[in-house]
Write a protein that binds this ligand. Sequence first.
Ligand SMILES: NC(N)=O
Length: 694
Amino acid sequence: MAGGNVPSSTSDKPLGQAWGYGILLGLGFLFALLMIFTTWMLKRYNNELQTSEMFSTAGRTVKSGLVAAAVVSSWTWAATLLQSSSIAFRYGVSGPLWYAAGATVQILLFATVAIELKRRAPNAHTFLEAVRARYGSYTHFVYIVFGLFTNILVTAMLLTGGSAVVTSLTGISTAAACFLFPLGVVIYTMFGGIKATFFTDYINGVITLIILLVFAFTTYATGERLGSPKAVYERLVDLAAASPVEGNAGGSYLTIRSKDGVIFFVINIIGNFGTVFMDNGYYNKAIAASPVHALPGYIIGGLSWFAIPWLCATTMGLAALALQNSQYFPTYPNSMDEASISAGLTLPYAAVALLGSGGAVATLLIVFMAVTSSFSSSLIAVSSILTYDIYGTYINPKASGKRLVYISHTSVGGFGLIMAAFSTGLYYAGISMGWLYVFMGVIISSAVLPATLTLMWKGQNFWAATLSPILGLCCSIIAWLVTTSKLNDGVITVATSGANLPMLAGNVTALLSPVIFIPVLTLIFGIDDYDWQSMKNIRLIDDSDVAEAAHLDISEMHGRHTALSPEEEAAEQAKLFRASKIAKTTTATMTIILLVLWPMPLYGTGYIFSQSFFTGWVVVGIIWLLCSTMAVGVYPLWESRHSMMHNIRCMWRDISGKGNPRLGRNASVIEGEKMDDSGLSPPEEINEKFTGEK
Ligand SMILES: NC(N)=O
């Protein structure tokens, strides 16, 4: 059951309200200042200007390490930490695996779709532009609505989850938290555009990984209150002996065979297909990546992300189970109520039980990081839809680059404000993050298949692309509500409709009904024979007015602002074609491993973990998270080393008065993947040319 009530409050808050306001406002403004400084620096030293192209595509030059870091951070929602820990609290060791596997494969499979988008529509700013190019305005409108639904649901989940944690730890009101979370993010996203999300994603991701490692080492190695896999294992065995888990093999918390766990697995897979494939943010990151870096970026990102919910929930969900009957647990001597579990309070309570007020501060930090990086990604996604797909297409098609930048900024601010108000309303309606998490697929997943086929199959006709998401949505809502009513004698409430079986019915219907609608509509109206040309014809925006206002020549600006020559385009297409072939086999293989080969034998045999198996399980989780830290914490720094050195040198020349620091002023722009950097500053050749230094 998910949602329906407001979580019960514990009398003593581990931290005072000053902590809540300090972190929400202080860190928010710190990030905003960092972004203002970075934007200024990139303009001063790299001829980089916040044009409309730059705001939403980062010049299409970002490298794989930073793409991976951005994927990891923006896919690390509040729910990734909070909901996964609550699922572990409910179902035991299977929960973290169901959560992690059920939400990683979409990122891996999306790599294939991302490559197709770059191949088919090399100049698109959003996925929706490609939809319009192929099918026209009606279909475009349908996918705009599904795209906006996705970002609204994801943002609502971030704010409901994040604010519940802040309230539970500091006592500041949930409504205040809902409005304060977006403040700093809106400011830094306005200044930095998609590049802001890449920067802050990197920082947020690194901080998150470090805190998760601290939690894991405290629970399984160093902490006084647990401190070893053996201590956790023994308490889980005792707990199951006293009250066996219904639907789990042997009533144990230490088995992958869990009836409700596997229902959650299915809901999780379906909902997350929706939130990746229908979120423009993931297409935006692919568009921002240079052609050869999109595929490795998504694969490294997906595999690195897997360890986050897996280890986080294996640590915090199980620590909460192990410590819930101890005096350290905030709800002691009571158990956590259902509303608190659904709101995601398992992790903060476990952190306090493990580490006292230090755990509470670490939780506030990690939740702040999760909320802000994903929120920023959603802000860019929504702003690019409102700017390019609605304003630039239907309201003012002749809009200048400057006007589009203005609309982007306004959209960012407006969406932040609306979502703060909406999430506050959800809180008072008793709709929690956990409820939204299992609900999201019901609303958005019917568009996944037709959206994918828009890029992958030339045969899908206009009617199938346009009608199947709408028909699928109608069917999924009916399936969800009818199942709720049937199982609850006609009583449909937030609590009854949030149970596993109604959500399962709604989710499965959403994803699979297009499997019927698409062939039927294709048979009725005839198979299409699309030549992909209209997608190729999408053009870059003319940003010359913005460049002129900043006294820069557009041809000198960093990033891709002009169309490629036919030779460059042919070379880029050849690389993307090769990447497309690699993507299909690699991602399909990884998906089979994560969804079938790993969990299913453990599920089928109903194996109950021995103590040594559990220890090995935890050790693999910790090693995996350490590898993730290297991949998204260290690798992007290595990749950007020349760019960073360039900027440091420029800054030093500037500070010490050694000449004009705008080194790239007259530099020729080196496009596409010839760029030496990660899209954050000019390539080495430029550096050499103007400084004489290597
Ligand atoms: N991003 C998710 N599904 O945690």
